[in-house]
Design a binder for this molecule. Structure first.
Ligand code: 13P
Length: 320
């Protein structure tokens, strides 16, 4: 399975210029990666910077800050790399949103929200859903997540579904129970799309107040695609996020095994779903995860804000 290295930038950086520099730094450093194995690279800037990031990734030159671009071209020229190959490489970085509204798939009177249609329109391909920070600060639950997953599926956006237990649950031995409950959103989703009868269509319609604008058959088709190729599950124990308390690779492998069992129980095709780990991953501790067959990649927070660290993590997955 091709591993994923995903940078979740959360509410960082503070300025557009820093965002462009970070993305350009990653693109530059990626040129140096020795690719023994393929690896999918994705970053998730904040909503306000997504457009600029998409423009930068989509064009050779136009969206680049002039000084930055000239410096970058000089750097590439010194290495004998043409800007054309930069374009090819840069375009291999995918973009994710950090959330999407549950309230509509498209447009409406929902102040402050961003929809799947809007993300798709600017070139975003994936959305991170159910991050523990969203669950904690916005009370995100399976009901709203189901709506979000359906909106993403309908518009062909991939979903990185985050699951993970709190420290209290971990200490109480409740990890599997918590994960099983969080993963139920996928069971509901798959159940809804598998049933071609009217009841299933009603399920889909009931989950969206603008249901009359959605064709259930199209939802089903988009959802089947999502099942096969546009779904990633990210195991992120809350106690490991931003704390430096990284879970051991043995713990992670065991939990990933549990998640795999749950997924396959929902549908056999989910044997192919990448299951990645997140929580205090950095360039120093990544090698063990990259070497573990049960870990299909990583979701990186803090260490993704430094281009060199992030690309070192990519290098680790390209080497193993
Ligand atoms: P850290 O890598 O900073 O622990 O964050 C992980 C995370 O929440 C990624 O989504």
């Amino acid at each position: 399975m091709t591993p994923w290295v995903i940078g979740n930038w959360k509410l960082n950086p503070a300025t557009l210029k820093d965002t462009q520099q970070l993305l350009q730094g990653i693109a530059t450093q990626l040129q140096k990666v020795e690719q023994h194995h393929a690896c999918q690279v994705m970053v998730a800037p904040s909503f306000i910077h997504l457009s600029a990031a998409a423009a930068l990734l989509a064009s050779d030159v136009d969206a680049f800050d002039d000084d930055l671009h000239l410096a970058h071209l000089a750097h590439l020229a010194a290495k004998g790399i043409s800007s054309k190959s930069l374009s090819t490489k840069v375009n291999t970085i995918k973009l994710a949103g950090q959330d999407v509204t549950a309230l509509t798939d498209a447009t409406g009177a929902y102040t402050g929200d961003v929809s799947a249609v809007q993300l798709k329109d600017i070139g975003v391909e994936w959305v991170i859903l159910g991050h523990s920070e969203r669950r904690q600060y916005y009370s995100e639950d399976n009901e709203s997540l189901l709506k979000k997953v359906i909106h993403c599926a309908y518009h062909g956006l991939g979903v990185v579904l985050c699951v993970g237990e709190s420290e209290a649950a971990f200490l109480a031995g409740q990890t599997e129970a918590v994960l099983a409950q969080q993963l139920l959103v996928l069971q509901s989703f798959i159940k809804a799309i598998k049933q071609a009868d009217n009841a299933a269509r009603n399920d889909i319609q009931n989950s969206n107040e603008h249901a009359n604008t959605i064709d259930p058959a199209a939802v089903a088709q988009g959802a089947i695609d999502l099942q096969l190729s546009r779904l990633i599950v990210a195991y992120e124990p809350v106690w490991a996020i931003g704390t430096g308390k990284v879970a051991s690779v043995q713990q992670v492998a065991a939990i990933h095994h549990f998640i795999r069992q749950q997924l396959v129980g929902f549908d056999a095709s989910l044997i192919q779903t990448p299951i990645i780990y997140g929580g205090s991953v950095n360039a120093k501790n990544v090698d063990e995860f990259a070497a573990c067959a049960a870990v299909d990649g990583v979701l990186v927070g803090g260490a993704a804000l430094d281009a060199q660290s992030f690309v070192n993590i990519v290098q680790s997955f390209c080497s193993e």
